[in-house]
Design a protein around this ligand. Structure first.
Ligand SMILES: C[S@@+](CC[C@H](N)C(=O)[O-])C[C@H]1O[C@@H](n2cnc3c(N)ncnc32)[C@H](O)[C@@H]1O
Length: 271
């Protein structure tokens, strides 16, 4: 028997869109202060720090898993790397495609769930997944599967570098942010709740686009899972990775109790 959902539920469902759909054309504006160029340099220094510089000079194939609108992927490609960039959101990939055409920088773009990643095996010297993209993989078994697929995409000796929001960050409402300055073409207010039982942080993201009578509003619900450090290490090991290091983001310092973002560096073993 088909039951009609209560109208309150229907209007709620209509009121919000899936993550990274309606906001895709405005993502780069909202993230305009993100220092992607410094992130690229940091990633390359991490590879160097673990003796991977010569591998990356010989093998220029880089995979960006959850590339978003492709800003970082395009920076690597502009430096002569052959970049494959994958994202689950067709709308984000569309933005990346538009930028790739405008800038005339070639990118191989694929709409894929990272847990179902399907790329040429044993090809890439480096896989990156930055800006807490993997926190969006909210089921540990799916993260395990993503790690397995990434492992198989790397050449033996290839590097996997990703960052995650820590449980501390998600618990302490790091996502609660707003920019409601009426002078800005895109305004936003984000509010989060954290569920200790499921380790899930649910963020209601409201955006206002345009001004005056032309203003439109969109709302997206984003869900991230907090992964404990030990859990990440176990998932990496189970996927066949050698864990190399975990650092306080954008530094070469070890993790602290106050760390809100971790960079993980792992390697597909040589044999
Ligand atoms: C915060 S954005 C970061 C995007 C990009 N890495 C950056 O630095 O701007 C997170 C991205 O992860 C993508 N994403 C979330 N879950 C995914 C999944 N299971 N597979 C692939 N991409 C995913 C989203 O569509 C979104 O583009």
């Amino acid at each position: 028997m088909t039951q009609t959902p209560p109208s309150s539920l229907l209007s709620k469902a209509k009121a919000s869109a899936p993550a990274f759909t309606t906001i895709a054309p405005y993502y780069d504006f909202v993230m305009r202060d993100v220092p992607y160029r410094r992130w690229k340099e940091y990633v390359l220094r991490l590879v160097d720090r673990h003796g991977g510089g010569s591998l990356l000079r010989r093998n220029r194939a880089v995979l960006d898993a959850a590339c978003g609108t492709g800003t970082l992927a395009l920076m690597f490609a502009a430096d002569g790397y052959q970049v494959t960039a994958v994202d689950i959101s067709a709308a984000m990939i569309e933005e990346a495609r538009r930028k790739s055409v405008t800038l005339q920088i070639p990118l191989a773009l694929l709409i894929q769930d990272v847990a179902e990643l399907s790329v040429e095996p044993s090809r890439y010297a480096l896989c990156i997944s930055l800006f807490d993209s993997l926190n969006y993989v909210t089921v540990p078994a799916r993260l395990h599967q993503a790690f397995l697929r990434i492992h198989d995409a790397l050449v033996p000796g290839g590097f996997f570098i990703f960052d995650l929001n820590t449980p501390l960050a998600l618990r302490s409402h790091m996502f609660d942010q707003e920019d409601l300055n009426p002078q800005e073409p895109v305004r936003y207010r984000w509010r989060s709740t954290y569920d200790e039982r499921t380790c899930l942080c649910t963020v209601r993201m409201e955006f206002w686009i345009g001004s005056g009578a032309e203003t439109s509003k969109c709302t997206e619900i984003h869900v991230q899972r907090a992964y404990e450090h030990a859990e990440v290490l176990q998932l990496l090991e189970e996927a066949g990775f050698q864990f190399l290091e975990a650092l306080e983001a954008y530094t070469f310092d070890p993790l602290r109790p106050t760390t809100d973002r971790v960079f993980y560096i792992a390697q597909r073993p040589e044999t």
